[in-house]
Design a protein around this ligand. Structure first.
Ligand SMILES: *[C@@H]1O[C@H](CO)[C@@H](O)[C@H](O)[C@H]1NC(C)=O
Ligand SMILES: *[C@@H]1O[C@H](CO)[C@@H](O)[C@H](O)[C@H]1NC(C)=O
Ligand SMILES: *[C@@H]1O[C@H](CO)[C@@H](O)[C@H](O)[C@H]1NC(C)=O
Ligand SMILES: *[C@@H]1O[C@H](CO)[C@@H](O)[C@H](O)[C@H]1NC(C)=O
Ligand SMILES: *[C@@H]1O[C@H](CO)[C@@H](O)[C@H](O)[C@H]1NC(C)=O
Ligand SMILES: *[C@@H]1O[C@H](CO)[C@@H](O)[C@H](O)[C@H]1NC(C)=O
Length: 709
């Protein structure tokens, strides 16, 4: 030890000495300082790398965390990757091609980043152009001929329901639904880009964009936000790291900027819904008191793709992701023969040329001397990371030169992008079905539809929308559904129906035709899910979660795994044997467990429709005027607040924030219902039109008020 420190002291002395000597030689001094800076730059680069290496082993590529809004006494009362909604997905179904997805913290190949509020559009890489980030719109499936051939709208509705039933049952014998219900594989793609100066919007959303002028500006804002706790009200900040990725021979650091985007690929083949297997998150189910069956009918549920012929070294997801190109778009044609070793297609028994311009997580290596074959994975312990090579100059390049023992040297330059799947979205014929022939206008003609905001979807000739727009996309007759929207949460923009004028100026009551997580109930068919989140979860790759899943399986499937217990369950006569398969419950989900369901005695003779619950969520009416744009709010009430309200007290509450505002409301309970009696200190309606009506999930409106409390 002593010897080591004396060596260090000696080194320091020697270097100080050298400084005093070299001061007489400015050239040598500059050279030395350049070396010092270059070495420091390299050390910074290695530190970023060390951070990534740590994340790579902490877990695998996936979603880490969504924004936390509510909390409670147990840690699972706060959001993780899910909560009320897996990956913060929600509906914006009044938009033609926008799917709702909030902010998220992701890890992709060791890079941790936070997105803005995503609300991405249904777009795919260009099938024609290979230029950087050129995209095309995804084609929507047509309406079955058998529907269009029906003479009346009512008959079309009846026939259309049959197609939804065929899809629900995956029964193609009479109605082959497959050309009309098309699965999209939506994915997250990230890469190190070379443009470190100008801000590059990750991807277009008609609802959100980064609120900054340059990368530097964005970094300053997100740092300010993190250190002071002030969020971007519009959720338009993102944390996207900058890194040093190389130090040139002359000692200059080369920077790269992380960026990401979300887009979709229309799968070539049908994806049977039976391949989408639920993943059970107890931290979602327990606080909401959901059985597994109930959980599956909520937005909190997530899934994974499990094909019938999945093998440990090849899964159906590999086939699906293999259809998705990297940044060279669908024309990608790249082979990899780095170090004189050719990469071959990894699927067992596939000897075709391997195009690494498409996403893959495995490969096969053929040695040049044909002396052997070996299998490889992209990533040391990350089964989720899909990679694709690209030739885009805007993607940072990684370089290596390697010489073998026989002095044969190979040089390799590669540009990569990384990907994980996000969700499967089934497009349905509702996106193109237009039985009332509602005209569609481009945004420049929006005032035909909106009359400068006077038309807000009301059910009369003066207020009904006159036609449809990309973000007023109401073309499904409301009669097709019964009941309201399903599982609506705060970030949604659609509820119920709006009035729309057809070409003959007849008012039609219409429902939104964009993408939804759950379609409202279709009579005779039920509630159908069209969005299946399959995003992997970062922490699931940790050893702790592996142990946790094993434990979950033992506890939740005790009948199967009882023999693994180290202490047997005593079987006394009082203990009933555990049923091996619980009877599935077909009830509609209650989002909150009510531990005390006893009805409180109220002075009115009305039977309250509102038993006091652990937590109650109510919704305001939806308003359609623009600004602030179509929205409604939710109001959360604790058990204590419900008790006070039902005793007749007035309670002050704050609505959820939607379309960048919330309301401070006074709520009262009378005539067996909750009502807003004051909004932002003024009489109702609120400044933007919400009335006194407060609804439960699934309710479509309030009875007409007969007088105040
Ligand atoms: C499939 O649908 C047809 C038409 O509705 C029906 O006749 C047939 O029984 C169904 N097949 C199965 C296996 O359910
Ligand atoms: C990275 O640095 C090496 C020298 O260490 C240099 O040869 C190479 O050209 C650099 N690559 C880029 C992309 O700047
Ligand atoms: C891909 O490139 C190879 C040569 O590098 C060429 O032979 C092949 O035809 C190309 N394939 C396509 C589909 O363009
Ligand atoms: C091998 O892979 C290629 C490219 O993904 C695919 O087109 C082909 O169908 C596969 N062949 C077999 C036998 O799986
Ligand atoms: C709706 O728009 C059409 C086309 O511009 C117009 O002819 C019609 O008069 C409008 N209807 C009403 C009620 O304003
Ligand atoms: C509009 O009126 C004409 C004439 O009555 C009729 O032929 C047409 O079907 C109507 N269009 C719609 C969309 O109702």
């Amino acid at each position: 030890m002593a010897r080591v420190s004396s060596v260090v002291v000696g080194l320091i002395l020697a270097s100080t000495l050298r400084i005093s000597v070299s001061q007489s030689d400015p050239q040598a001094e500059i050279k030395r300082l350049k070396n010092v800076i270059s070495a420091l730059g390299r050390q910074v680069m290695l530190q970023q790398f060390a951070q990534e290496e740590k994340l790579r082993s902490d877990g695998w590529s996936g979603l880490k965390q969504i924004r936390v809004d509510n909390d409670g006494p147990r840690n699972y009362h706060t959001n993780s990757h899910s909560g009320g909604s897996m990956g913060a997905i929600h509906d914006h179904s009044n938009n033609q091609i926008t799917v709702g997805q909030g902010e998220g913290q992701f890890v992709l190949n060791g890079v941790e980043f936070r997105t803005r509020h995503n609300d991405y559009q249904l777009r795919m890489p260009s099938p024609k152009s290979s230029a950087y980030h050129v995209m095309s719109e995804i084609p929507f499936p047509p309406v079955p001929r058998q529907v269009l051939d029906k003479p009346s709208v009512q008959e079309q509705i009846v026939e259309m329901r049959e197609w939804f039933k065929a899809w629900r049952d995956q029964n193609s014998s009479v109605r082959d639904y497959r050309p009309y219900f098309k699965p999209l594989l939506c994915y997250l793609e990230g890469a190190w880009t070379t443009n470190t100066k100008e801000l590059e919007e990750p991807f277009f959303s008609d609802r959100h964009s980064l609120d900054a002028t340059s990368w530097f500006d964005l970094q300053e804002r997100v740092r300010y936000s993190a250190y002071t706790g002030r969020k971007s009200l519009d959720e338009n900040f993102a944390y996207l790291p900058t890194a040093i990725i190389n130090i040139t021979d002359s000692g200059v650091p080369v920077y790269a900027q992380w960026n990401y985007r979300m887009l979709c690929h229309p799968l070539y083949k049908d994806l049977p819904t039976s391949y989408l297997k639920p993943v059970d998150d107890l931290s979602v189910r327990l606080p909401r008191g959901q059985t597994l069956e109930q959980y599956l009918t909520t937005r909190g549920a997530r899934f994974s793709v499990v094909g019938p012929n999945d093998k440990p070294n090849w899964q159906y997801l590999d086939d699906m992701m293999g259809e998705v190109p990297g940044k060279d778009n669908y024309g990608a044609n790249i082979t990899d023969s780095t170090f004189g070793m050719k990469l071959l297609h990894p699927a067992p028994g596939n000897d075709s040329r391997f195009n690494v311009g498409f996403y893959h997580r495995r490969y096969r290596v053929e040695k040049a001397d044909a002396m052997g074959l070996s299998y490889g994975r992209r990533g040391y312990s990350d089964p989720n990371i899909f990679m694709a090579e690209t030739t885009q100059e805007k993607i940072a390049e990684f370089y290596i030169k390697q010489c073998s023992a026989t002095k044969v040297c190979y040089e390799s330059k590669k540009r990569m992008s990384y990907s994980i799947p996000l969700e499967i979205i089934y497009l349905t014929p509702l996106s193109t079905w237009n039985p009332y022939d509602i005209p569609f206008y481009s945004n420049k003609d929006k005032n035909i539809v909106l009359s400068n905001g006077k038309r807000n979807g009301g059910l009369n000739i003066n207020n009904a929308f006159n036609g449809s727009l990309y973000n007023q996309f109401y073309r499904t007759p409301i009669q097709f559904f019964s009941g309201g929207e399903v599982g609506s949460t705060a970030a949604d923009t659609v509820k119920g129906s709006v009035g729309v004028l057809d070409k003959n100026n007849t008012i039609r009551s219409m429902s939104a035709s964009g993408v939804r997580i759950f379609l409202p109930n279709i009579p005779g068919v039920g509630v159908l899910r069209t969005r299946y989140p399959i995003t992997p979860v970062h922490a699931e790759g940790s050893s702790v979660w592996k142990e946790l899943n094993a434990l979950k399986d033992i506890v939740l499937k005790l009948a199967s795994y009882e023999r693994l217990l180290t202490e047997k369950i005593p079987r006394t006569p009082e203990v009933k044997p555990i049923a091996s398969s619980p009877t599935p419950q077909r009830t509609t989900p209650k989002l909150v467990t009510s531990t005390s369901t006893a009805l409180p005695k109220t002075s009115t003779t009305l039977t309250p429709k509102y038993p006091i619950q652990q937590q109650l969520t109510l919704m305001t009416t939806t308003i359609f005027q623009n600004p602030p744009g179509e929205h409604y709010h939710t109001i959360e009430m604790t058990k204590d607040e419900q008790e006070r309200l039902q005793k007749g007290e007035v309670v002050d509450l704050i609505t959820s924030q939607d379309n960048a505002h919330s309301h401070a409301v006074k709520v009262q309970f009378y005539n067996g219902r909750y009502h807003v009696t004051k909004c932002d200190s003024k009489a109702i309606p609120c400044w933007d039109g919400h009335t006194s009506c407060l609804m439960k999930e699934g309710e479509r409106g309030c009875p007409i008020d007969n007088g105040l409390p």
